[in-house]
Design a protein around this ligand. Structure first.
Ligand code: HEC
Ligand code: HEC
Length: 282
C-alpha cells in the first residue's frame, strides 16, 4: 500500500521521499509531566495501524526542546493572556468566565481530553471552541470570538493545559457515532488536483518526507499548536484548512459541520495519547 501511494505521488511529481521515521525520545514537560507520545492504536484503527504517535516525534531536537519547559514554550504567553481574559467581565450580563466556573484549574481539569463531545441539550457534537462561544453568547451576552482567532486559540490553550498528561478519550459511540462516521469518510476521501486524502499522507506516509517536511500521523493531541512559521497559536481547523489547500482542493470553513466531524474523527485516532497542548511545531 505504502509503495503504491509513493508511486502514484511520484507520477504527480509530489516529492514524497524516505525519511527517518519517528524518533525514540521521551517527552517530559517541566521535568514533571510524563507524556504518553506513543500508544497502541485504538480498536477502530486496528486494521490499518498498530501504533499511534504524537507529532512531537517528527520534529527536530530544537523544536522538541521548546515544548519540554514552559519557560521556553512560546505558547505559554498566550495561556497567561487567556487567564486574564478568564477573569474579565464582558457582555451584557456582566459576567466573566470565572464568575460561573471559578478557578480554571479546578473547573476545567480533564475537559479538553473528552472534546469534541456530544451535548445533550443542544443535540449536537460540540468542539471546545463551539462550547466557548456558546458560553460567550448565551451565558455572557458577549460577541462570539472568531473560530480560529487569537483570543479563541488562547482560551483553548488555557483550558487544554488543565488536561496535560491525561489520555485523549473522545467518545465515538452513541449519538456521536454518525458524526464520527462522516469525519472518517472525509479522512479517506481523496480531494483536489492531487487526489490525496488525509490518509494518503498521514497514514500511508508518516515518517516519510514531503518537500522539506517530515510527515507525522497528523494527530491533534497537541492542539492548539504554536508554530515557529507564523509565531502564533494555531487551531486544529486552521491546520485542516492548510492541509486541504495543499491538495489544491476547495476547503471547508473553520467551525463548519464538516470540520467538526473531521475533528471528532481525527481526535479519536489519538485516543490514548496524552493531551500535550500547547505544543510547538515548525
Ligand atoms: C453565566 C454562567 C457562565 C459563564 C459566564 C460562562 N459559562 Fe461556560 N458553562 C456554563 C454552563 C451552565 C455550562 C454547561 C453547559 C452545557 O453543558 O450545555 C458551561 C460549560 C462550559 C464548558 C464545557 C465544560 C464541560 O465539562 O464540558 C466550557 C469549556 C466552558 N463552559 C467555558 C467557558 C468560558 C471559556 C467562558 C468565558 C469565556 C465561560 N464558559 C463562561 C456557564 C457559564
Ligand atoms: C499532501 C500531504 C498532506 C495531506 C493530504 C494532508 N496533510 Fe496534514 N500535514 C501535512 C504536512 C507536511 C504536515 C506538517 C508535518 C506534520 O506534522 O505531519 C501536516 C500536518 C498536519 C497536522 C499537524 C500535526 C501536528 O502534530 O502538529 C494535522 C493535525 C494534519 N496535518 C491533519 C490533516 C488532515 C485532517 C488532513 C485531511 C483533511 C490532512 N492533514 C491532509 C501534509 C498533508
Amino acid at each position: 500500500m505504502k509503495r503504491q501511494v509513493i508511486a502514484a505521488a511520484a507520477a504527480l511529481a509530489l516529492p514524497f521521499a524516505a525519511g527517518a521515521g519517528p524518533d525514540d525520545d521521551t517527552l517530559v514537560v517541566n521535568d514533571e509531566i510524563e507524556m504518553v507520545t506513543k500508544a497502541a492504536a485504538p480498536e477502530h484503527l486496528s486494521d490499518v495501524m498498530d501504533e499511534i504517535m504524537s507529532g512531537w516525534h517528527f520534529r527536530s531536537d530544537e523544536t522538541q526542546a521548546l515544548q519540554m519547559d514552559d519557560f521556553e514554550n512560546p505558547a505559554m504567553v498566550f495561556v497567561d493572556q487567556a487567564l486574564e481574559t478568564w477573569e474579565t467581565v464582558e457582555g451584557s450580563k456582566g459576567k466573566s468566565c470565572a464568575a460561573c466556573h471559578g478557578d480554571v484549574e479546578e473547573s476545567m481539569a480533564g475537559v479538553r481530553a473528552v472534546y469534541p463531545k456530544w451535548n445533550e441539550t443542544a443535540g449536537e457534537v460540540r468542539t471546545l471552541n463551539m462550547q466557548i462561544n456558546d458560553c460567550r453568547e448565551t451565558q455572557m451576552g458577549a460577541e462570539p470570538w472568531k473560530y480560529t482567532g487569537g483570543k479563541m486559540a488562547a482560551m483553548e490553550a488555557l483550558i487544554s493545559v488543565q488536561s496535560r498528561g491525561l489520555p485523549v478519550n473522545v467518545a465515538i459511540d452513541g449519538p456521536a457515532q454518525s458524526v464520527w462516521e462522516k469525519g472518517r469518510e472525509m479522512y479517506y476521501t481523496r480531494t483536489g488536483q492531487l487526489e490525496l486524502s488525509c490518509a494518503n499522507c498521514h497514514e500511508d506516509n508518516y515518517g516519510n518526507m514531503i518537500r522539506a517536511d517530515h510527515l507525522s500521523q497528523g494527530q491533534i493531541n497537541g492542539f492548539p499548536v504554536y508554530r515557529l512559521k507564523n509565531t502564533k497559536l494555531n487551531t486544529a481547523h486552521a491546520r485542516f484548512k492548510g492541509c486541504v489547500r495543499d491538495t489544491r482542493a476547495e476547503t471547508y470553513a473553520p467551525g463548519s459541520e464538516e470540520f467538526v466531524a473531521l475533528e471528532l474523527y481525527v481526535a479519536s485516532r489519538g485516543n490514548g495519547l496524552s493531551v500535550e497542548a500547547p505544543s510547538v511545531r515548525n
